[in-house]
Design a protein around this ligand. Sequence first.
Ligand SMILES: NC(=O)c1ccc[n+]([C@@H]2O[C@H](COP(=O)([O-])OP(=O)(O)OC[C@H]3O[C@@H](n4cnc5c(N)ncnc54)[C@H](O)[C@@H]3O)[C@@H](O)[C@H]2O)c1
Length: 451
Amino acid sequence: MGVAGQSLMVGWSIQAQSYEGAAIDFTAADLAAARDDRDSAVEAQLGWPLETISYLRAAFTKRLSRVSNWSSTSPASVLARSIYKRGLNSQAVHGSYPILFGEERPDLSFIQESNLVVIDEGVAGTLTQYPWYQRAITITPTEQNKSLATIADLYAQIKHQGAVRIVVIGGGILCDMVGFLAYLTQKKAVYVPTTLLAMVDASIGGKTAVNFAPFGKNQIGAFHFPEEVRIGAGWLTTLPEREFRAGIAESLKHAFLAGDEELARRICEVQQPEDMAPLLYQIVSIKAEIVERDPNERGERATLNLGHTLGHALEGLAAISGGDIRHGEAVGVGLCYMLILARTLNILDKDEFSKMSELVTRSRLKPSPRQLACWLNTKVDDLTAIWPELYNLILQDKKMPNQDGALKSPWVLLQGMGRVYQPAGRGYITMVEEGDAKTAWHAFLASLTTT
Ligand SMILES: NC(=O)c1ccc[n+]([C@@H]2O[C@H](COP(=O)([O-])OP(=O)(O)OC[C@H]3O[C@@H](n4cnc5c(N)ncnc54)[C@H](O)[C@@H]3O)[C@@H](O)[C@H]2O)c1
């Protein structure tokens, strides 16, 4: 079965988002404590008022709700508050965009002279024949440079260009980052995803973001839906195995969420990039449908974070320890761990657990202890001992005090294929006590030795 010529139209509609609650004050001391000497250079490049980044940092430090009302009316505070709210505004907005599928690399001659083109270093060498290549901006994607500073550099380069459209050709890091730039400059964005992960996940759904240390991954960003996404399975032939496997993790996550066992089995059986082409439409449709129902993550879209609570913490730990783990690899480990945690809590029944565990193992998402230790730049013998640090990073994302004051951590957990556990009153998120999360970590590590 081929994919050439298939397309999918994705609609989105976001209700007006007002600010909520009593107005929060930031004191001069809050802002001074939040200031970093490097901020003013970034603010100047972006044309942001001085102190905008201090307001953002102070808001993260106070762990404010994204829609919190702030008392200050200074230009820096007003801008920071709207960025903190992920660009959602007080009017309802809606739109739609097509996702086009092809088996080959898409023909990029649709790119016009007036478009701004940003390309991933990983594919730049294959694009030299195009007339726009010479004026394209090439970026080396890393989680370290997925930052406001990189956005500011890019912004400074393009601010005098009158282009109305940015075309991004690259992996998930580039899609996220340049998508945010498109939001800030109010330009249209066309995504040409070149990694499996970007095809099935990052280019779909209009979430754009950069990392904001030390507050974690993707903390600063905005909803900015693309004008078009052009998926071409042909890009996958040059993708290193490691990057390919990272994309398999997010693909399997989608099949789990949809409860599509047949699709999950076919994903497990993929040996080489060509095998993936016939599955892309189905995998992308799963995410597109979830996003269509809940574009700005008021409910169901949070289920796409399956495997991400631990995944983000592993990425954070690797960044601190000098390790190197791909986003998709961390999500793969997060999926394996989630199954064990859901089983520990008796949420997931035994048969469903066995079935899904077999699927993650066959998809090669479960690392050996040595592989996991290498990703985290630690020793195999220390994998048990890293738990407190890992748990701190989990809590850094979002934490919720228990009645007795103990902190619980938020998880998306499966009851079975296609069934996300919904505890009463908390949507799709289950709050878990540290003891259970730690028991599951030990059980997860024990399960690795048998693979
Ligand atoms: N916005 C969202 O909804 C969303 C969803 C999932 C993930 N993400 C983000 O996506 C990012 C991960 O994306 P990724 O896995 O694509 O990683 P990536 O962007 O780092 O790309 C991986 C590597 O592959 C290289 N590359 C790209 N295309 C290639 C090709 N065709 N051939 C050879 N090499 C190629 C790149 O240069 C890079 O070295 C993370 O930052 C994650 O947070 C976003």
